[in-house]
Design a protein around this ligand. Structure first.
Ligand code: IPE
Ligand code: IPE
Ligand code: MG
Length: 239
């Protein structure tokens, strides 16, 4: 579509789902599904940077994913470390600015160090804002913001009745980022699973049935085209 570029979402968020089903369908271990999933992630990040998306937020590991077997959690943590070690040079060269959304203190030491280093190394970069949600939960995030504001009130730094949406947003992991314009969840599941609950208030949502390891650049462009055709009203009227 010719006007897709003009109607590019500023902020795309993706729930990368379906690695387990992909592995099962190919008679592979679940870890292999996650590994293939990181290849899709590489391609989508590169494409987002190339076409000029302002912010891309990827759901990599939820606060609920710790419930999975130790073997699967271990495989995911290993992939995380591998990813940050192998990709950081290219991401930095591409001027990508990395931010981790979620509780980094809950991560194992090496993973915590790697993500903190990636954030530090790319903090001055002015290209794609790449946010990776790891040990992230939307309810946790909202609760954390509420507590931080309550502490400020307690310390006498602000008055409760003066708290604005801006004050609240400044306490979220996503501070300074635009609201999510487009939320994509692969694998056909029709739920948000505790992802960016506050930030998706007016997001357009798409639920392609393709499993994350099979999600192609064509699928991504189809999603961006579908977004460009959506009529966003934000409660008002456009006609
Ligand atoms: C998404 O794939 C990746 C993570 C949750 C880390 P899943 O592992 O949830 O894949 P399915 O839903 O079992 O197919
Ligand atoms: C959401 O997917 C989390 C990530 C993609 C990281 P899940 O597969 O964990 O979500 P549910 O359990 O199907 O809701
Ligand atoms: Mg899943």
């Amino acid at each position: 579509m010719s006007d897709t570029r003009e109607r590019l979402p500023r902020h795309v968020a993706i729930i990368m789902d379906g690695n387990g089903r992909w592995a099962k369908a190919h008679a592979l271990q679940v870890a292999q599904g996650h590994r293939r999933g990181t290849e899709t992630l590489r391609a989508i990040i590169r494409e987002s940077s190339d076409i000029g998306i302002e912010a891309l937020t990827l759901f990599a590991f939820s606060t609920e994913n710790w419930k999975r077997s130790a073997a699967e959690v271990g495989a995911l943590m290993n992939l995380l470390l591998e990813y940050f070690t192998s990709e950081i040079d290219e991401l930095d060269e591409k001027n990508v600015c990395i931010r981790i959304l979620g509780d980094k203190n809950g991560l194992p030491g090496p993973q915590r160090q790697a993500v903190i280093q990636a954030e530090k190394r790319t903090e001055a970069n002015t290209g794609l804002k790449l946010n990776i949600a790891i040990n992230y939960g939307g309810r946790d995030e909202i609760l954390m913001a509420a507590k931080k504001l309550a502490e400020k009130v307690e310390r006498g730094e602000m008055r409760a009745e003066e708290i604005t949406a801006g004050d609240f947003e400044a306490e979220l992991y996503t501070q300074g980022l635009p609201d999510v314009d487009l939320l994509i969840r692969t694998s056909g599941e029709l739920r948000q699973s505790n992802f960016l609950l506050y930030q998706c208030a007016y997001a357009e949502m798409l639920f392609p049935t393709v499993l994350w390891p099979d999600f192609s650049l064509d699928d991504y462009h189809a999603a961006l085209d579908a977004y460009a055709r959506r009529d966003r009203r934000f409660g008002g009227r456009t006609s």
